[in-house]
Ligand binder design. Structure first.
Ligand SMILES: [Zn+2]
Ligand SMILES: [Zn+2]
Length: 87
């Protein structure tokens, strides 16, 4: 099993299934409300991929990727894959 732990990289707040985010109209979004971790940050309304995710606990934005904390070891594997992909 290589399931990542999902929590805020700043304050370690853990999103629950009932938590919701909005595709913010103020930031050019469509207003859809959904759980962004079900879709890896992709809005189901307009298919926009959010690179940043708001934390309702510390009220800061963090890169969506940074919310995923992989078990020890698998991070190295992922980085190696990225290295290979670059060459
Ligand atoms: Zn949207
Ligand atoms: Zn936070």
């Amino acid at each position: 099993m290589n399931e990542p732990q999902i929590f805020c990289p700043r304050c370690a707040w853990r999103p629950q299934g009932e938590d919701r985010w909005q595709c913010s109209p103020r930031m050019g979004g469509c207003g859809t409300v959904w759980n962004t971790f079900w879709t890896a940050g992709v809005c189901p309304g307009c298919s926009y991929r959010w690179q940043i995710t708001f934390c309702p606990s510390c009220r800061q934005f963090s890169p969506h990727e940074d919310w995923y904390h992989w078990p020890e070891g698998s991070v190295e594997e992922r980085e190696r894959e990225l290295e290979l992909g670059r060459n």
